[in-house]
Design a protein around this ligand. Structure first.
Ligand SMILES: NC(=O)c1ccc[n+]([C@@H]2O[C@H](COP(=O)([O-])OP(=O)(O)OC[C@H]3O[C@@H](n4cnc5c(N)ncnc54)[C@H](O)[C@@H]3O)[C@@H](O)[C@H]2O)c1
Length: 329
């Protein structure tokens, strides 16, 4: 059930204690299952505002509070080796509607996690950063050395989180890794939110026999990365012998795929027509995005082990061969 991991990762997690904030969510839930399968003890701190208790692995403990509850955070983090900080207000539009709440949860919450981790002397904190930091950067692939270009409160809060990680590493010797996720997809992603990620929204519509909605002409491209690669990046970062200090590290595939290709591919896999309902492009949506993953390769030994087609197969649990018609560029 877990993918193969290098020996040093297996060793780092056997008998380890980890705290996953946002561990009842999509990505945090996958991290939790994998850590548990490797023999680690999992604690989850999640207010269940967007997650589900079922995502906590068997034997794991759930602290059902916000990252703003510092007393419980201190309890939950005590004795932990690693922290995977995934909890956040995750929606760009919601962050535009509620910027102050976004600052509280995403910036003050991250500060709280780092402060608790410093006091508890954890070995390393992995922070869920975001490709939103690149904004409308026209130079592709996105490289971490480019200045951040945050447009939404969400993007700003994720850049602030990276800076907080660097500040804690530089001043207090707390090792931190800021992993800039691109467009993550996979099993158990929540398709029921109004702000569902595109692949889970496509899947839900196709399975219901309705036309998926595309904002714009569908020619926009993204770097879609299956969640198992993101889990792998997190575990590699935790176990890395390198002295990581919050420098941003892209986690994607290095391949960009347009939405029409995604739709064709998914429809072919499910054996249904690839008809979309086209709506006007949304203000603020970027046109193209793709990661340069050289830094992840160099610092973490990261490689993409599940490509887009294999990721979709896992999502649909369909036999191999159904999904080989992907057009990507
Ligand atoms: N999914 C992506 O494509 C993507 C891309 C870039 C970055 N990220 C980041 O990765 C992380 C995980 O995202 P996800 O896709 O799993 O989202 P998700 O919504 O499935 O998970 C987020 C979890 O955080 C919890 N949460 C929210 N506010 C909280 C609070 N105040 N205190 C405690 N828990 C709280 C939610 O209940 C949920 O379980 C987030 O930080 C997100 O910003 C995700």
């Amino acid at each position: 059930m877990t993918d193969q991991f290098p020996a040093h990762v297996v060793q780092a997690f056997r008998g380890s204690r980890v705290l996953i904030t946002g561990g009842a969510g999509f990505i945090g839930g996958h991290i939790g299952r994998t850590v548990a399968a490797l023999g680690g003890h999992v604690r989850v701190l999640d207010d269940l505002s967007g997650g589900f208790a079922e995502n906590v692995p068997e034997g794991g403990e759930l602290f059902r509070v916000s990252v703003l509850d510092t007393a419980t955070l201190t309890q939950a983090i005590a004795g932990c080796d690693f922290v995977f900080h995934q909890a956040a207000m995750v929606s760009v539009p919601v962050s535009v509607e509620h910027p102050a709440e976004c600052t509280q949860v995403n910036i003050v919450g991250t500060q709280n996690v780092l402060e608790a981790a410093r006091k508890a002397r954890v070995r390393r904190v992995m922070f869920a950063a975001s490709a939103a930091a690149y904004g409308n950067n026209p130079v592709l692939p996105c490289q971490e050395d480019r200045a951040a270009d945050a447009w939404s409160p969400y993007a700003m809060s994720k850049v602030a989180g990276e800076l907080l990680c660097q500040t804690y590493s530089r001043n207090f010797g707390l090792s931190t890794a800021a992993l800039r996720y691109f467009n993550v997809f996979g099993e158990r992603q929540n398709a029921n939110s109004a702000y569902a990620a595109v692949i889970s929204a496509f899947e839900k519509a196709l399975r219901a026999g309705t036309r998926p909605r595309i904002f714009g002409d569908g020619g926009q491209t993204r770097d879609f990365v299956h969640v198992s690669n993101v889990v792998r990046a997190n575990l590699l970062a935790a176990a890395s012998p390198r002295p990581l200090c919050g420098e941003p590290i892209n986690i994607g595939t290095g391949i960009r795929t347009d939405l029409l290709s995604v739709l064709r591919h998914m429809a072919a896999a499910l054996g249904c027509p690839a008809d979309a309902e086209f709506l006007p492009a949304r203000a603020g949506d970027i046109r193209d995005s793709v990661a340069d993953i050289s830094r992840a390769r160099e610092l973490l030994g990261y490689e993409v082990t599940i490509d887009f087609a294999a990721g979709i197969r896992r999502m649909f649990a369909a036999p191999a061969g159904n999904t080989s018609a992907l057009v990507s560029r």
